[in-house]
Design a protein around this ligand. Structure first.
Ligand code: SAM
Length: 279
């Protein structure tokens, strides 16, 4: 294993490879080794399987994952300018780093590594939510994710009922995963600093997933319910084209409830009831 102190400082790598940050790619690099080590240290089982990293950039978190003993890091980076810098790191990794140039939004996890999947990433803000949703839809084979999000998005992912941040994303994520807030990172830790703070979350599958077979109905139900979050469910769910009073009664949900009062479990019951009714 390479001595971490023998590597060139990341600032030198950035300068040598001309990796001036590009806003359109959501590039905010984390150069503080204490923080990258803290993120990598929050991931478990790195020595047992491949870990997928999305958006390695100049490779700060990648270095930390390798130093934490990752068996293999599969790093997907959209920016071709970063690839030579990452290949240098691959060259001294003892074959433990595979660099793939491309758009993670268009890639299935199965193309990158065999399941079950572990993902660790400091995600680009602009595509973090679509990426997470894509992975959540494959979630029965995701073992663990340690991901950095914009703080507001993290708040939605961890939100509980009756809070302002509680919404579709909370329900879709928490249906499958236990979402844990690990720590926040202030803007100044990044180069260049973003306008907002970041939060590192851990997502692990629930021991018992809720309604694994009614995801499409859950998506429709939450869209309808939170689309009109101030309205009672018996009104907001009418866009589903069903007799809502009967549906709500059958699912055992109070008809006067509003979307933000309903637990994840109750949303799943509604979705299951709809799925059963519609075959
Ligand atoms: N991991 C590095 C760090 O912590 O310093 C960089 C993180 S930066 C917030 C996000 C990275 O994701 C950038 O390197 C950017 O080029 C890359 N990226 C943006 N969109 C991407 C996509 N669709 N697929 C893969 N990488 C992407």
């Amino acid at each position: 294993m390479t001595d971490a102190d023998a590597r060139p400082p990341l600032r030198d790598v950035i300068r040598r490879h001309g990796l001036g940050a590009e806003r359109r790619l959501g590039q905010h690099f984390l150069l503080d080794r204490n923080l990258t080590n803290k993120i990598a240290g929050a991931a478990t089982g790195l020595d047992a399987a491949s870990v997928i990293e999305i958006g390695p950039g100049p490779g700060g978190l990648t270095r930390a994952l390798l130093d934490a003993g990752a068996r293999e890091v599969v790093a997907v980076e959209l920016d071709s300018r970063c690839v030579p810098a990452l290949e240098e790191l691959a060259g001294e990794s003892g074959g433990r780093l595979r660099v793939i140039e491309g758009d993670a939004l268009t890639m299935d996890l199965a193309e990158l590594a065999p399941p079950p999947w572990r993902i660790v990433a400091n995600l680009p803000y602009n595509v973090a939510t679509p990426l997470l949703l894509k992975w959540l839809y494959a979630a029965d084979q995701v073992e663990e994710m340690v991901l950095t999000f914009q703080k507001e998005v993290a708040a939605r992912l961890t939100a509980k009922p009756r809070s302002k941040a509680y919404g579709r994303l909370s329900v879709i994520a928490q249906r499958q995963m236990e979402v844990t807030h690990l720590f926040d990172i202030g803007p100044k830790a990044f180069v260049p600093p973003p306008k907002v703070s970041s939060t590192v979350l851990r997502l692990r599958p629930r021991p018992q997933p809720l309604t694994p077979d009614a995801l499409a109905w859950l998506a429709r139900t939450t869209r309808a319910a939170f689309g009109q979050r101030r309205k009672m469910l018996r009104a907001s769910l009418q866009s589903l084209g069903v007799e809502t009073e009967a549906l709500i009664r059958e699912a055992g949900v109070p008809p006067t409830a509003r979307a933000e009062e309903l637990t994840v479990e109750a949303f799943c019951t509604l979705a299951r009831t709809l799925a059963e009714r519609n075959g």
